[in-house]
Design a binder for this molecule. Structure first.
Ligand SMILES: [Zn+2]
Length: 768
């Protein structure tokens, strides 16, 4: 669903990625408990592990990754297509060949495909949108028209509507507040929104909430296209007819719309399509800027605010009208099979599982999204299989997954996790995801109990173009990009990479948010020279000319993700550390307090200006101006329960860090593995304590009470969502009422960490 976009695109264009820069400078990090050997290893096992990882890293070959990409992206392979199944079977046979115990698990899910798409300007002039990305003679797979999914947004409601057009910028809630002040309503109108600034599914959702009857989403070149460089095929950037396909499934729950919370297996209880809450309320269609320009140019009315204007050679007006459009969307609402490939390499201690995954389905050929993540994953598995053949067996069981149906709505991974949730809660130690990869810096997101281990692995991986470690490169970037001297100072002192919280948007979602499994998302990016996200041009020709052309960052991804798998799978003691996680959660709490204070100040000031008549007096009388309504200033909230629980978490994480340092210092095999196994069982349980089976108050599928995506941000994380989302809706009392529940969750996490700390403390003999 997501891809690692160009850094320029991520930051300047507000397009979303779930991978924030790993090295964002905050607090100085924690060291590896002051030990010369690897976290969670003794002196002897540490040396053996280093040798093993070195062997693994040397075994990863770029040519194999290139060949995997060529094969998997050779034809369109969306859910339900012949080549999607063909790829799944090919991946299965590779895993088997490499010695994995592998099978395909199939689920039957609702996946709509386009039947009718029509968009025309009917007044004041006439124009019919092409809705087609043309084949390019230089690009050998761009002409596979008969197998390409047309440009569309999956899970758009069917509809046939005609109405005046309104330009709504990114279509976020704040954009509609600005429209209100311009006196512009979208009620009964069709909105046109540009891509960017949040997940695409939010645009039709918010439009429908404001009474719009249809939604068009277009790619403005200021966000994605010639604004960044030459367009394809001269350069790598999106051409005038390029379209971003994508899902607009609503955020109540991911996965099959008809089977929330349970696997879409034969006999599963299914909702009627009309009762599925995640299908949009109004028809939606994505278009290119070539198709959008005549529509936008036909708008009159107020000038769009400066920040709303894109890079097209037109004057951006808001409307409504006189442009009037006719939009017709109809889908074939069929059930399609998704094929997850699950491959197991059994460990010597098979009770704990390390899971690694990437999706294999694409919107079209998908060389970058998802194959630039899938191709390295397969090379990891090949090398692991080779080492296994030579006599090595992992300690923990390693499970490699190739998910289907990620693009429409994480279908394959969500249905798999829902089906196996009980076993996963019992056995899963970590889930490591990737989803696309390009040139540049290491991006890492995830739960911060893994921050230390990821940082340590990043020290061992060499940046292929700079000849320093990928850790060093990311660390130095954090210094250069710090926003002031204070942040720069903190960034210099850091000894680890900060893991940014994950929301939604790739296959880690069910693992983290539904099953409470420590999760990671890894990838490189930020120096790419183009973007063809969800277009027919995201293909092998494009990737090998404009992305990671020599596959050296593809190799780096395989080395990084594979080494992380090995480091966690082979550790004597699970390499978790809770001090960074305490830091992160404590920051989430202070962010909530700051949000409250900011809102109190903002509304107090605005109300004062309304009272003074300042807003009306300074508005241009030649333009319509509707002052915003008087807001109720938010009452004080009681964060004390959460702060008290955080004090406990601080103590227990320090308690654990101390026991861990003692273990690391012991440094020999003095600690019997049986005692460590008891600690490992305690550690495995800690992340499950983040769950509340009732889920978030308005989204019961999301069980994790600390990490969650926002209902109005999609990809973006909204930590402590139970409190945060009510605050965003200005429901202060409801938000306040959630705080004790979150405090209780934090308390029980703290108790769980204490238990593990006591056990570890008891297992390690005191030094004499
Ligand atoms: Zn993807």
């Amino acid at each position: 669903m997501t891809s690692l976009r160009s850094l320029a695109a991520c930051i300047l264009l507000f397009t979303f990625t779930n991978l924030a820069l790993a090295q964002s400078p905050t607090e100085p990090g924690h060291t590896q408990a002051g030990s010369p050997h690897l976290l969670g290893y003794t002196e002897q096992t540490s040396t053996a592990e280093r040798d093993l990882e070195k062997k693994f890293q040397d075994g990863v070959l770029p040519d194999n990754i290139r060949e995997n990409m060529r094969r998997l992206s050779a034809r369109p392979h969306h859910v339900g297509s012949p080549y999607d199944k063909d790829n799944a079977e090919w991946i299965l046979s590779r895993f088997k060949e490499w010695g994995f115990d592998a099978h395909i698990e199939t689920f039957d899910v609702l996946f709509p495909t386009p039947k009718e798409r029509l968009l025309e300007l009917v007044a004041p002039t006439q124009f019919r949108a092409k809705l087609q990305e043309p084949a390019l003679s230089i690009d050998p797979t761009s002409n596979q028209t008969s197998e390409q999914l047309p440009t569309y947004n999956a899970y758009s409601a069917d509809g046939n509507v005609t109405g005046e057009l309104v330009y709504v910028n990114f279509g976020n809630r704040e954009d509609y507040e600005e429209l209100d002040q311009m006196g512009v309503s979208v009620k009964g109108k069709i909105v046109i929104s540009r891509y960017g600034s949040g997940w695409r599914g939010i645009k039709p959702k918010v439009a429908a909430e404001h009474g719009a009857i249809g939604c068009i989403i277009y790619t403005d070149p200021k966000g994605d296209g010639f604004y960044y460089g030459d367009d394809y095929p001269t350069g790598g950037w999106r051409p005038r007819d390029g379209v971003q396909r994508g899902s607009v499934m609503d955020t109540d729950y991911p996965g099959d719309p008809l089977t929330p919370e349970v696997g879409a297996v034969p006999g599963a209880k299914r909702l009627a399509i009309k009762d599925a809450k995640t299908i949009t309320k109004i028809p939606v269609l994505p278009i290119s800027y070539a198709d959008a320009q005549p529509l936008l140019a036909a708008l009159k009315g107020e000038m769009a605010p400066e920040a709303w204007r894109g890079a097209l050679p037109i004057t951006y007006h808001v409307g409504p009208g006189p442009a009037k459009v006719h939009l017709k969307v109809a889908s074939d609402w069929a059930t399609k099979p998704v094929y997850d490939v699950i491959a197991t390499l059994k460990g010597s201690a098979p009770d704990q599982w390390v899971i690694r995954g990437n999706h294999h389905d694409a919107w079209v050929n998908g060389a970058e999204d998802p194959i630039s993540g899938m191709a390295p994953e397969l090379e990891e598995a090949r090398v692991l299989g080779e080492m296994h053949r030579q006599g090595w067996t992992p300690k923990r069981t390693i499970i490699y997954c190739a998910w289907d149906g990620e693009e429409p709505g994480l279908l394959g991974s969500v249905e798999w996790v829902e089906t196996h949730v009980d076993e996963l809660k019992k056995h899963a130690v970590t889930y490591i995801n990737s989803d696309g990869n390009e040139r540049g810096y290491l991006f890492a997101g995830g739960t911060q109990d893994l921050q230390e281990v990821v940082s340590a692995v990043a020290h061992d991986i060499k940046d292929p173009e700079k000849n320093i470690s990928v850790y060093e490169r990311a660390h130095l970037r954090g210094i250069v990009h710090a926003k002031d001297a204070d942040e720069r100072g903190k960034a210099r002192k850091r000894t680890d990479l900060r893991l940014t919280e994950l929301g939604d948007g790739s296959d880690f979602t069910a693992f983290q948010d539904f099953a409470g499994i420590p999760s990671l998302n890894l990838g490189y990016g930020g120096e790419d020279e183009g973007d063809q996200y969800h277009s027919i041009y995201d293909d092998f020709y494009w990737y090998t000319h404009f992305a990671d052309t020599n596959f050296s960052y593809e190799r780096a991804l395989a080395q990084t993700a594979g080494s992380t798998v090995l480091r966690i799978a082979n550790a004597d003691l699970l390499p978790f550390d809770y001090a960074p996680q305490y830091d992160a959660i404590s920051k989430y709490e202070s962010d909530l307090e700051k949000l409250l204070k900011d809102k109190q100040d903002e509304f107090t000031e605005r109300n004062l200006e309304l009272q003074e008549g300042a807003l009306t007096a300074t508005a241009d009388p030649h333009k319509t101006y509707v002052p915003p309504p008087v807001e109720t200033v938010p009452p004080y909230m009681n964060f004390a329960p959460m702060k008290n629980s955080l004090e406990l978490l601080k103590k227990s994480s320090e308690h654990y860090s101390k026991a861990l340092a003692k273990f690391q210092a012991a440094g020999t095999a003095e600690v019997p593995q049986s005692a460590l196994d008891a600690v490992n069982a305690d550690l495995l349980n800690v992340s499950r304590l983040f769950l509340n089976e009732k889920g978030l108050p308005e989204r019961p599928w999301f069980k994790n009470q600390i990490y969650a995506p926002g209902a109005y941000t999609g990809y973006g994380a909204k930590p402590v969502a139970a409190v945060r989302e009510y605050m965003d809706q200005k429901k202060w009392k409801e938000a306040d009422a959630q705080i004790p529940m979150v405090a209780q969750v934090i308390e029980s996490i703290s108790t769980g960490i204490d238990k593990a700390a006591d056990a570890l403390d008891a297992a390690v003999p005191a030094k004499h």
